[in-house]
Design a protein around this ligand. Sequence first.
Ligand code: HGY
Ligand code: MN
Ligand code: MN
Length: 415
Amino acid sequence: MKITDLQNRIEEMVQWLAQFGADPEGGVTRLLYTSSWVEAQRALELKMKEMGLKTCYDEVGNLYGRLLSDQSAEGSILTGSHVDTVKCGGKYDGAYGILAGMLALQYLKETYGAPSRSLEVVSLCEEEGSRFPLTFWGSSNITGTAPVDKLNEVKDSRDIPFITAMKEAGFGLGHYCSPRREDVVSFIELHIEQGAILERNQMPIGIVEQIVGQKRYTIECVGEANHAGTTPMAWRKDALRGASEMITAILEAADRVGAPLVATVGKMTVEPNVSNVIPNRTVFSLDIRHPHAKVLDAFGEEAISLCHSIGEARELRMKVEKHLDALPVEMDPDLLRRVEGICQDQSLPYTIMPSGAGHDAQMMARHYPTSLIFVPSHKGISHNPDEYTSKEDLAAGVKVLIELLYQLGYKKETE
Ligand code: HGY
Ligand code: MN
Ligand code: MN
């Protein structure tokens, strides 16, 4: 494969992978351990084999494609991203990092043969938390930080237990090798920016310096169902009215703290959800993010105490579960400098920037030297069927990845 083929190859592969979980409305929905997820992993496995990579799964469903070293250098350089998507998501989030890694390894194998240090691409099984209240399931298993002791309580919105879904997809304890990796020398994730900074500044490459901290909660309010016509306002234990006041109070508190703090309530269920019954139960999500751990911790405490005080005033029973608490994390400075040098050598304008989105790199960076590299998202749109990145921008990212993997996997340190 020639470098000039990259644009068409990466574009073809993005469209090819998007067929697995394609929505009628044009987006992609590929949720962990569903049939479209299984089909995508199996198709990626076949494609990796066709590209001359040695493939294997681990027991949670992370899929690896390996370009094995022909020398004794310890450990592997790992690149990749997540194969799952949000509901009605785009074609590029996660998928691009996997496909770029596969193309990079194929190009390096065909051009330079076996590396002096093994290079691997990983299709991480899950990052988004779109099906189960669990995020970074793939990368947290690799780093040994997954909440494996809580799995028995985890169910999806149709009450399907996590363990059942994993087993039905063909994974779980004892099926494949352990997911824990202690031999990763560096992890590199290529990803779309999911924001508008690069496009607005006409920069083809973003080199991430730091990923913001992120907390995710599920907040349940239980009141009392009653007749919409015969129950005076003062006698009600209205779970939806309480939740609405909590959500407004939290978002107004976030406005007061100001940027770069962000707070999002993206998901809500109301029961019994009929027009002539006072709601007796609501459950809503809360996602808050900030680059400084102290500010994030303080705001999390304020938000949850607002919920409890409003819940008390509305005579609601409250249950708050925190299912993600990811600290802000720095990317590896040496790798950042290396990528900077590659952009300069390739006369690629770039900017060094933070990431407001969470990524598997956030989990990996606490265990291995990690680099996160962005390419532009058109109009900054993501988690949306209109997510788009041009093939020129996609290919520019792949070229940077190829050079970085060449330097880490082939060049002797002395060179
Ligand atoms: O939510 C995020 O930041 C990522 O897309 N999972
Ligand atoms: Mn995402
Ligand atoms: Mn992503």
